[in-house]
Design a protein around this ligand. Structure first.
Ligand SMILES: Cc1ncc(C[n+]2csc(CCOP(=O)(O)OP(=O)(O)O)c2C)c(N)n1
Length: 339
């Protein structure tokens, strides 16, 4: 259990506030993704659905520690909680899944390749490792233009993604240039069905940080407070000019790779291990044990999330798909990442 008395950033009340804020985003993400999975199973969603069940604490803890309007945040497929915590409107996600032409991809993409570059959230590229260079490029450009100031850039990758050449090249360059980059590695034990033992030979993923000459830490990805404090400390170091930071979150994906995958390759043994603990349930228990709020407050958080999800999905469902005869398919080329 993390020691709240050692919380570096301030008092216990600061910590309880950030924990409750982050917990709300976790609830919203879980409620939304559970609903989207059901809609997918009813055949109303084109394309795949990839969820972050079990990774919400790790995901939201990075984003909650970033400054919107200043920092860059580049989420990956399991970062619904982080997206919400960074300020992505829920309706943007609903519109993307439901194919609404009012959505950020204008109904051209049915899942996660959405972003809002003007708000500091680059549009997600699926090729594993690619977003590290994108975020590094933004930071590098800001440095050259003299607009970097106090900003940092953060992105996520999975355990499998750390085996790519793109990960290596981008992190190496960011380290050489001492960019204020935070890379969270969500070690959910599998890259699709490939276990970590077939993915890398190092003892621990955090050992990779040593090879690049950057700071790296491990956090318990099922423990909200450990995640919040780990990201707080690494983001602070990046802002202070200490170069790239790696935060490895150890957890288990509590779903298939996508909702089309029932994941028979995940053993009961690992599901029952500490890695398989549901971060949402663990956070709820800790919050109640600490007396940071009561059960009624938590029930209200879940009710509010259901209302928010209903409203976002109703809006998206009432909107039309792009008309292939009148739609300007080149509209995206006019969008510039003006940073
Ligand atoms: C360069 C590249 N190779 C392969 C893929 C296909 N692919 C998509 S997700 C995935 C598994 C990713 O595993 P991991 O990085 O551990 O993330 P997780 O899905 O477990 O969150 C693969 C192989 C891809 N998107 N990009």
């Amino acid at each position: 259990m993390a020691n709240i008395a050692n919380h570096e950033e301030g008092s216990e009340s600061d910590l309880s506030k950030v924990v409750l804020d982050t917990f709300r985003w976790m609830i919203l993400a879980r409620t939304f993704e559970d609903r989207i999975s059901n809609i997918y199973r009813s055949g109303k969603i084109f394309g795949g659905v990839y969820v972050g069940k079990g990774q919400e604490a790790f995901s939201a803890s990075m984003a909650i520690n970033l400054v919107k309007g200043q920092d860059v945040y580049s989420p990956l497929i399991r970062d619904m909680a982080g997206r919400s915590a960074f300020g992505e409107p829920l309706v943007d996600a609903a519109r993307t899944y439901m194919g609404s032409s009012n959505g950020p991809t204008k109904g051209r993409d049915g899942n996660v390749h959405r972003g809002n570059p003007r708000e500091g959230m680059p549009t997600m590229i699926s090729h594993l490792g690619a977003m590290i260079s994108v975020v590094s490029g933004v930071l590098f450009a800001r440095r050259i233009k003299g607009t970097l100031n106090n900003s940092v850039g953060a992105t996520t990758i999975g355990d499998g993604g750390t085996s790519t050449g793109a990960f290596h090249e981008a992190l190496n360059l960011a380290a050489v240039e001492k960019l204020p980059l935070i890379v969270s590695i969500a070690n959910n034990q599998f890259a699709y069905s490939t276990p970590t033992s077939k993915q890398f030979a190092c003892h621990d993923l955090v050992d990779k940080a040593v090879g690049y000459g950057v700071n790296g830490i491990n956090v318990d990805g099922t423990d909200l407070i450990d995640c919040i404090q780990g990201f707080q400390s690494c983001i602070q170091k990046a802002r202070a000019g200490e170069g790239p930071q790696i935060v490895v979150g150890n957890l288990l994906r509590l779903s298939g790779h996508g909702e089309h995958d029932d994941a028979p390759y995940i053993s009961e043994e690992i599901k029952k291990s500490k890695l398989g603990i549901d971060c949402l349930k663990k956070s709820e228990k800790r919050i109640l044990d600490e007396g940071w709020c009561n059960q009624n407050d938590i029930d209200d958080m879940f009710k509010n999330a259901v209302n928010e999800v209903n409203s976002a999905i109703e809006t998206a469902e009432s909107e039309s798909a792009p008309d292939p005869y009148s739609h300007d398919w080149n509209a995206y080329s006019s969008v510039k990442f003006d940073q």
